[in-house]
Design a protein around this ligand. Structure first.
Ligand code: TYM
Length: 327
């Protein structure tokens, strides 16, 4: 049977990139596999967070997980810091990691080059991510393209551990959609859409109001020429917007091209805004219901309990294999 684990950082409002690259697949997978979905707050603190905002972002993310259609009867939804086994195995995985392989992580390189002084947690972060995955013996990890390297590292660390100490870990496979796994910024189609981008016009948040979505799409950069043609090399900006359109409508790029044959960028952007607004509306409505409910607290408490049972089993095996502890 398949076991799935994935996580999202509560470090800001989720973007449609997070949704199209990851969350929409979680919803589909809940009927096929044993699923664990995590709000990775210990990952978020690798960079300083305002405590009150972090609390709020954790709750927002939890409410969004449910609003997009995850069913707590089917999946285990929990907050990472509620399951202390993550940091415990995280340390153990740090001890399996080599400086060189962590230095090669592109996310680390990108984030650290913008900083004068680099927090150590930013560097060791992928070892904690490996622990998140390995604790649940996940067979598959659905993520966007940017996380591929972290999943490959997880595999290397798990194989190294198994080789040294005996077969404890299941080796997980990344699950990356062939399409929509890398949504780009609206203001620059060469950088990925990201919730941590200081320019709010570069992304569409899952909770943006219709007017804001309309404005952001209107402002999105386009390419020279005027046709709606899918060509990521020559027409990167339009191809990105077409990808968003196709993902929300379930259409292929040929179908999108066909649909907009003879139309200009203006008409295309108008319809794209409508599609995004209409797709997000039911999610936003549900979100507003769930966010203040005590039901949400109950789901997370039960989720943490269920996650902990599984995590404890794996950690006990790991400690046994390593020889740490009294028993
Ligand atoms: P995070 O919080 O940056 O992103 C959450 C998920 O969204 C995907 N994603 C995108 N997909 C398409 N286009 C984009 N522009 C885009 N931006 C983000 C990410 O690939 C991810 O799937 N380190 C992880 C969180 C994590 C995790 C884990 C993931 C911690 N532990 C264990 C899987 C398994 C991260 O920072 O994701």
């Amino acid at each position: 049977a398949k076991t799935i684990l994935s996580g999202i950082q509560p470090s800001g409002l989720l973007t449609i990139g997070n949704y199209l690259g990851a969350m929409q697949h979680f919803v589909r997978l809940q009927d096929e596999a044993d699923c664990y979905f995590c709000i990775v707050d210990y990952h978020a603190i690798t960079l300083p967070q305002d405590p009150q905002e972090l609390k709020e972002n954790i709750r927002r993310l939890a409410a969004l997980y449910l609003a997009v259609g995850l069913d707590p009867q089917k999946v285990t939804l929990f907050v990472q810091s509620d399951v202390p086994e993550h940091t415990e195995l995280g340390w153990i995985m740090i001890c399996q990691s080599h400086m060189g392989e962590l230095e090669r992580m592109t996310q680390y390189k990108d984030k650290s080059k913008k900083l004068k002084s680099i927090p150590v947690g930013l560097f060791t972060y992928p070892a904690l991510q490996a622990a998140d995955i390995l604790l649940y013996q996940a067979t598959h990890v659905p993520v966007g393209e940017d996380q591929k390297q972290h999943i490959e590292l997880t595999r290397d660390l798990a194989e190294r551990f198994n080789h040294r100490y005996g077969e404890v870990f299941v080796i997980p496979e990344p699950m990356i959609a062939s399409f929509g796994a890398r949504i780009m910024s609206l203001d620059d189609p060469t950088t990925k859409m990201s919730k941590s981008n200081p320019n709010e016009n570069s992304y569409i948040s899952m909770l943006d109001e219709p007017k804001v979505i309309e404005k952001k799409i209107k402002r999105a950069v386009t390419d020279s020429g005027h046709e709606i043609r899918f060509d990521p090399e020559e027409k990167a900006a339009i191809s990105n917007l077409m990808t968003i359109y196709g993902q929300f409508t379930g259409q292929t790029m040929e179908e999108v091209e066909q649909h907009f044959k003879g139309c200009g960028y203006g008409q295309f952007k108008k319809e794209l805004a409508e599609v995004v607004i209409d797709s997000l509306r039911p999610i936003q409505e549900k979100y507003r219901e769930i966010y203040p409910s005590s039901e949400l607290d109950r789901v997370l408490e039960e989720g943490a309990q269920k996650a902990r049972e599984k995590a404890q089993q794996t950690l006990a095996k790991v400690k046994q294999a390593l020889g740490v502890g009294l028993k």
